[in-house]
Design a binder for this molecule. Sequence first.
Ligand code: FUL
Length: 708
Amino acid sequence: MRFCRKLPISFLTVMTKNLIAILVICLFSISVCGAQVKPPAPFGPVPSENQMRWHEMEFYAFLHFSLNTYTDHSWGFGNEDINLFNPTNFDAREWVRVCKESGMTGVILTAKHHCGFCLWPSKYTDYSVKKARWKNGQGDIVRDVAKACKEYGLKFGVYLSPWDRNRADYGKPEYIQYFRNQLTELLTEYGPVFEVWFDGANGGTGYYGGANEDRKIDSKTYYDWKNTYALVRKLQPKIVIWNDGGDRGDLRWVGTESGYVGETNWSQLNSTGEVGWGMLHFGLEGGDSWVPAEVNTSIRPEWFYHPIEDSKVKTVPQLLDAYYASIGRNATFLLNFPIMPDGTIHPTDVKHAVEMGKVVKQTFAVNLAEHAKVEASNTRGGSKTFGPQNLLDGKKETYWATDDNVVKASLTIEFSKPTLFNRFVAQEFIRLGQRVKGFTVEANVDGNWKELAGGSTIGYKRILRFPAVTATKVRFNITDSKAPPVISAVGLYNAPLILDAPLITRNRQGEMAIASGDVGPHFYYTLDGSTPTVKSAHFTGPVPTGDGKVVVKAIAEDPATGKISPVAQENFDICRKDWKIVGVTGDQPYALLDGNPATSWKQPGSMKLPIDLVIDLGRDQTLAGFKYFPDQGMWGPGALTQYEFYVSKDNAKWTLVDKGEFSNIKNNRVWQIKKFAPAMGRYFKLRALGNTDGNNEVGYAEVDVITK
Ligand code: FUL
């Protein structure tokens, strides 16, 4: 004060003016540039740099190849002859090319599976390619795949089975040194490795150097994971570790190999304590460590190649389902190709994977929201630095954030013209943790808001599918969040629909339904045998079709492009509502009459072939044939091969009217149709005499008759 009093008035006036100016500039920069607004503090655990790089890889391949490729087994015992290994057409570049064309960013190769056979010439064992006749022992699959990855710009990873059914010392302390020696070879001699996969299957029967016995280990303690991990991280500082059954790694299994993770998917687990199935599948909200999910599944039922599965390759819609149920749910997608004995990937697997990759690329090529106007209900400090325009700038490091006390917020995207879309994508800025617990997406159609879809968690990436809609505005509402939301990207896309001929079914009550493997096509149908067009009846729900025969024809239309599918046709015979299954037991035998090809019945395991399926039609019919649709499940029971078909008026005296086989059913599990000379009866008996798997289990998805 004393100091002030001594100063001249003019000086004080200048000072005040300057102070005001500085204040104005500060306020201006806070509100306009946001330079002074603090970024949100991290919430809970956050990913490491290695995990972050891995999240961004999204989609990569598993390649399963070993001696069991040649024995048609899932797991080798450890005593298989090395000379079986002879991939005459092997070309690693071809494998990697297929992966790249499918949209993948890396591969993980089974360098050593449980049988112990090494795809590289390990110094520490003779049970490897170096002792094979293939390439006179000079071959090295690991080297060739790593090299091809480098050439094609894909990352390389290794699967090294901790369990080794060949080694005499497996189960003893010495084996740990052997295991680490092999890890050292793989992690030092083949360039950068992005992921190492330590399989959870550990210990059991095996060859074990000739001991042929059962060996049990404790997978939590035996491998001394702490030091094993330290070695891995020392040799490859940028690696991520997958481990199921042992110590917690950097990534987690999702509790199923069927190709999906929970719709709610937190990227956290606790660092200690048991991890149950629920935690694997949904993560642990509030867990203290960042342990994100990797969805691993095979393009076929099994991991290794089995010719019997040539007809069971996942279709493009099935692969897309897995894509949306993994990458679309905050996980990565690890899709396996079983390598064939000649060292190539089966052409069907290649076709389906590449086609799926194309569809994905096409779908996400253009973000329709890119040039739209975005407005947020709240923006952190009103600052542009954290403004909603960051969601559309394509930059990973920018984000939209709200004020610290705001956990519910919405974002409105306004197009310059009505826009058609069927996919919504959102990404959280996970470097600051995972926060969102609930959200919805609405569209403004003709002036009215309509909810399109919603979800719980978002995480690194969340994708929602819904039928295509044309709208002028879209609203993304965050309805629940553990902390103020921090979102790095949103997108709206219009996926091309997969227009396969639709599936027509008729249930036991005679109601007809139409469906397709995709979300959103419109269906049109006829019941009079004429070819359907978009002017035919529009299918909006089950259609009663009466008790008699009916021919249904249907098409699917992509409302966005006007493209239509090939025509599907089903010739339904008499309605099955009065039919009764007599003389068989087991769970839900009526699944074979429900018209739903996805449900099936199989006899209880106690029944041995021949097995009689007897059905009471409710009244006399003139039968002239029958139809059988085998179980379609990837892991389902075998299909009927040899059969006899009988007709009876009284369920006592039977006449054999047909017998034979379904010759190609093993390779092609489609409807089997048999016709015979007309015979009158109220009952029929389908006698199963053989199945595709050479055991007693026969699966029936549907059984039907052809009447005269
Ligand atoms: C499982 C293994 O036992 C299978 O053979 C396969 O390698 C799969 C990826 O993991 O646990």
